[in-house]
Design a protein around this ligand. Structure first.
Ligand code: NDP
Length: 445
């Protein structure tokens, strides 16, 4: 490996010993940009990689709230302001018990590259808390969100840092946080959060954007390799925001989605997923996916990871990081999978990705294929600044064009470095080159 790259990677592993997800994300990016580093000796002297992998700012804070029983609970809040190189920090908030510094830093790091690929002026950040919204009352969720924002508000702003949703943070949570921000700041700063409700500054098609964008990217990737989406059997893990709207667009494009999952189990319905029922269970009732088989009695209920054992042409991991490992990749390949589309962030382990690429499976990498969500968030920010609303069709068309452009950037970069259809490396190289250019231009900061 390139000496400078190896040195930086060794230092990162040493300095962040307990942060396995962060090391995994950095490792994947750095190893795939080696051909670019080889051409630029000057990067070492300006510590370009060291600066790109060190967050500009990492904030942690206390988030106390009183639950319905009158007991005071304390959680830890985070905001990683990773890079403002090409725009205000931008990235979602995740509320999940697994949230820790490593997960925040991996997500923030990925976000810099993803945001660069969108072609829009947004930097990279991420935040959240180890709070679990599952099973909490509306009142508890509101009090938690208000407490979280009481601290976060001093660090964000529509030209500084613009959070959005992620796992466990949807329109309801964004609404409570926006209300608290507005109350404290005493000003209507519409663009400070994205993923807002439509009645107070949200964008049409934001909810659908990540899932729709994933399918637009898949269409481009398959078409470019002489294939099409129509008629392809598909499995989608997760049953949250990304998974549901990926399923909706997939069905619209004639794909045959036969399985979806949640953190407790997976449903396999050979007749095709009944998405209206999934929406009712997950979006309205906030229930378990197992409810599905009470209505569709010939569907099967399996454990979550069994989703990768189903024979399928296309697999779309849309739940969480490292949900698809080497063992799962081997099963998918054995069963004839032709393409994987990452809807979640870093859903495939490094070993799984390497195995899939080695077996000539098309892999749509998360930082490119799920960038539609943040791209549409940037369109929401533009609408807020303009005091104007675009129609659903206008936003959707912009999203589709952005996804086409992202795919082309990945393809062109991969071709330029003789990497064939390795879009994982293509995405990393295309984003890195843009960021490196901006970093060189802005001096040592
Ligand atoms: P949601 O909270 O809406 O949904 C997550 C879903 O994944 C839930 O159905 C959850 O199940 C399920 N899940 C969690 N862990 C597992 C597991 N181990 N196996 C199977 N299912 C599991 O989150 P989002 O849809 O917003 O986010 C999903 C992924 O997409 C994350 O990686 C996120 O970072 C990424 N992403 C999201 C974007 C967005 O716009 N929302 C943008 C770009 C990336 P349960 O219902 O049981 O909790």
């Amino acid at each position: 490996m390139n000496r400078y790259l190896q040195k930086v990677l060794d230092e990162i592993r040493e300095k962040n010993k307990n942060e396995k997800e962060y090391i995994q994300a950095v490792d994947e990016v750095l190893t795939s940009i080696e051909p670019v580093i080889e051409k630029h000796d000057e990067y070492e002297n300006i510590a370009l990689l060291e600066r790109m992998t060190e967050p500009e700012r990492l904030i942690t804070f206390r988030v106390p709230y009183v639950n319905d029983e009158g007991k005071t609970i304390v959680h830890r809040g985070y905001r990683v302001q990773f890079s403002s190189l090409i725009g205000p920090y931008k990235g979602g908030l995740r509320f999940h018990p697994s949230v820790n510094q490593s997960i925040m830093k991996f997500l923030g790091f990925e976000q810099i590259f993803k945001n660069a690929l969108t072609g829009l002026p947004i930097g990279g950040g991420k935040g959240g808390s180890d709070f679990d919204p599952k099973g909490k009352s509306d009142g508890e969720i509101m009090r938690f969100c208000q407490s979280f924002m009481t601290e976060l508000q001093r660090h964000i702003g529509q030209d500084i840092d613009v959070p959005a949703g992620d796992i466990g943070v949807g329109e309801r949570e964004i609404g409570y946080m926006f209300g608290q921000y507005k109350r404290i700041k005493d000003t209507y700063e519409g663009g400070v959060l994205t993923g807002k409700g439509l009645s107070y500054g949200g964008s049409l098609a934001r909810k659908e954007a990540t899932g729709y964008g994933l399918i637009y990217f898949m269409r481009e990737m398959l078409n470019s390799n002489g294939q099409s989406l129509e008629g392809k059997t598909t499995v989608i893990s997760g049953a949250g925001n990304v998974a549901i709207y990926a399923c909706q667009k997939a069905q619209e494009f004639g794909m045959n989605v036969v399985a979806m999952s949640d953190s407790q189990g997976c449903i396999y319905d050979k007749n095709g997923i009944d998405l209206d029922l999934i929406k009712q269970i997950k979006e309205v009732e906030r229930g378990r996916i197992s409810e599905y088989i009470k209505v569709h009695k010939d569907a099967q209920y399996l454990e979550s990871s069994a989703i990768w054992e189903i024979k399928t042409d296309i697999a779309l991991p849309c739940a969480t990081q490292n949900e698809l490992n080497l063992d799962d990749a081997e099963k998918l390949v054995k069963n004839g999978v032709i393409a994987i589309g990452e809807g979640a962030n870093m859903p495939c382990t490094k070993e799984a990705t390497e195995y899939l690429l080695a077996h000539k499976i098309l892999v749509a990498p998360a930082k490119a294929s799920n960038a539609g969500g943040v791209a549409t968030s940037a369109i929401e920010m533009s609408q807020n600044s303009m005091r104007y609303y675009l129609t659903f069709e206008e936003v959707d068309k912009k999203l589709e064009n952005i996804m086409i452009n992202i795919f082309n950037s990945c393809k062109i970069a991969a071709e330029e470095y003789n990497l064939g259809n390795n879009y994982v490396a293509g995405a990393n190289i295309a984003a890195f080159r843009k960021l490196a250019k901006a970093m060189k231009a802005q001096g040592i900061v």
